[in-house]
Design a protein around this ligand. Structure first.
Ligand code: F6R
Length: 262
């Protein structure tokens, strides 16, 4: 696990975007991205959009798979992840909407929709790089505490804490869905590389648990300690509870080839 501590959120985004662009340049134009929603990856998407609009990155033939979707929100709902991915990923990154996939939270058979989503990821050749945020409770995707570390895409019940955290996107707490479809921890672990971005003091506990805590379903993101190619990109506030922060800074400072300067 590599931990990169950046001065601010903008640099977090630029560092993650550079990593992603390197993967695309290695894997080719039809690379497969795993994409997260929420606030954390917004600076990453903005930095990727900058690379695209200045002609340094072409994602028009790339594929993307979203991590999750709320159950019961149609693609037209402004807070459905279909809409969020269209606004923050497809349009600014000039991706082909036909190659960008989001689980179907309105399917009549949700279990079947989850199975088909797993097949679609496999048919695309698997995810080359998965972008992740982390919940304040340590979830990645919507794999809430107690999720199986081997789980696949499935229906999950959101914790009250996650619903409260996401209430800011809705008119009231009652409007926040209670259920979602989410890629499982096993699904996420199949990605060839993962980059988790986190900023702000409210993420410091979760980041410390993911990076330095015991691997436990109580903090699902800690499973990334088993991933052979995981990069955690955080700002100073999100890094504030990392016991080994000085070591991570030293590793970065003496690294022969840095991605971008924090
Ligand atoms: C979103 C997702 C979640 C979020 C997490 C953090 O697709 O899977 O794991 O990344 O809830 O959300 P923000 O970034 O809004 O703090």
């Amino acid at each position: 696990m590599e931990v990169v501590i950046c001065d601010d959120n903008e640099r977090v985004g630029r560092t993650a975007a550079t990593l992603i662009a390197e993967v695309v340049s290695r894997r080719g134009p039809a690379s497969v991205l795993g994409v997260a929603t929420g606030s954390s990856p917004l600076t990453t998407y903005a930095a990727l959009a900058d690379l695209v609009t200045t002609g340094r990155l072409d994602l028009s033939r790339a594929h993307a798979f979203a991590l999750d979707e709320y159950v019961g929100l149609g693609a037209g709902h402004p807070q459905s992840y279909h809409s969020v991915i269209r606004r923050h990923v497809i349009e600014p990154l000039r991706m082909d909407p036909g190659r960008v996939h989001v689980p179907d939270g309105t399917a009549s058979d949700l279990d079947q929709a989850c199975l088909e989503y797993e097949h679609a990821i496999a048919d695309a050749g698997g995810v080359d790089i998965q972008i992740l945020g982390v919940g304040t409770n340590g979830h990645i995707g919507f794999n809430e505490p107690s999720s199986s570390l081997a789980s696949r895409t499935r229906v999950k019940t959101l914790t009250q804490r996650t619903r409260e955290d996401n209430r800011r996107f809705f008119d009231s707490l009652d409007d926040v869905p209670t259920h979602c479809l989410t890629q499982g921890l096993g699904t996420i672990m199949d990605a060839r590389a993962v980059v988790l971005v986190a900023t702000g003091a409210h993420k410091a506990d979760a980041v410390a648990a993911v990076v330095e805590g015991p691997v436990t379903a109580r903090r699902p993101g800690s499973v990334l300690q088993f991933h052979p190619n995981a990069t955690i990109v955080v700002d100073e506030e999100a890094a504030s509870r990392l016991e080994l922060a000085d070591y991570y800074r030293h590793v970065w400072a003496v690294k022969p080839r840095q991605t971008v300067a924090p």
